[in-house]
Design a protein. Structure first.
Length: 216
């Protein structure tokens, strides 16, 4: 979320009731069209909803904006506990947790990366660049690296966004990450894949090893 959009949302949260475009624009010192643009984006994301005022005379009633009920930032969130519960259940009920996790990751990787045009052949460099962009969006802090001059042969993952879950559930979380990258590259019909993921291969990073795709 952009900083300006976050400011708009903060203004809505601090208000005692629904606020209009002109009020938000005045409080933030921006043009009303700018405020309206960010408000409509928040509505589209399902974070904010429009609230028309009751009619009080001729003309359109004023439209205010408020945070959707149930999404107030002050409420407690227990996503980690939920994730641990689900991971524990999957690990206990699956005959092969790693294979199950890799399959789940591949499905999500294919979903997260935009598919190329039908007749566009994705090059190795483009595939690595798009894989890196996806991993960056997921906060893996990726860094393509190579020992010699030439294309990268691995991607260094300097940050694990699921570290607290990966430590007790490495049999599921790490294969999930592997599948995520493999699924994205398969969706791109790339000439490269991730052949292996080495968890904590370096003191502060995991390494995703790149290899030619067997399907290309």
């Amino acid at each position: 979320m952009s900083e300006r959009r976050r400011q708009v949302l903060d203004t809505i949260h601090r208000a005692a009731g629904p606020v209009g475009v002109s009020e938000i624009a005045e409080r933030l010192g921006v043009h009303p069209n700018t405020a309206r643009f960010h408000l409509e984006a928040l509505v589209g994301d399902g974070i904010v909803e429009r609230v028309p005022d009751p009619p009080s005379g001729p003309g359109r009633p004023r439209v205010g904006y408020r945070a959707r009920p149930g999404l107030a930032r002050g409420g407690a969130r227990r996503y980690r506990e939920l994730a641990e519960l689900l991971l524990g259940h999957l690990s206990a009920t699956s005959d092969d947790p790693a294979t199950t996790a890799t399959a789940v990751g591949r499905a999500w990787g294919a979903h997260l990366v935009p598919r190329p045009a039908p007749f566009h052949r994705v090059t190795r460099d483009e595939a690595v660049e798009r894989l890196t962009a996806m991993l960056d969006d997921l906060d893996f802090a990726p860094e393509p690296v190579a020992d010699e001059p030439g294309p990268p042969d691995r991607v260094r993952l300097r940050h694990c966004p699921f570290l607290e879950l990966a430590e007790p559930h490495r049999d599921f979380v790490c294969p999930l990450h592997l599948g995520l990258m493999q699924g994205a590259l398969a969706e791109l019909r790339a000439p490269v894949t991730v052949s292996a993921l080495a968890p904590f291969a370096e003191p502060t990073a995991c390494l995703a090893h790149l290899a030619p795709s067997p399907d290309r």
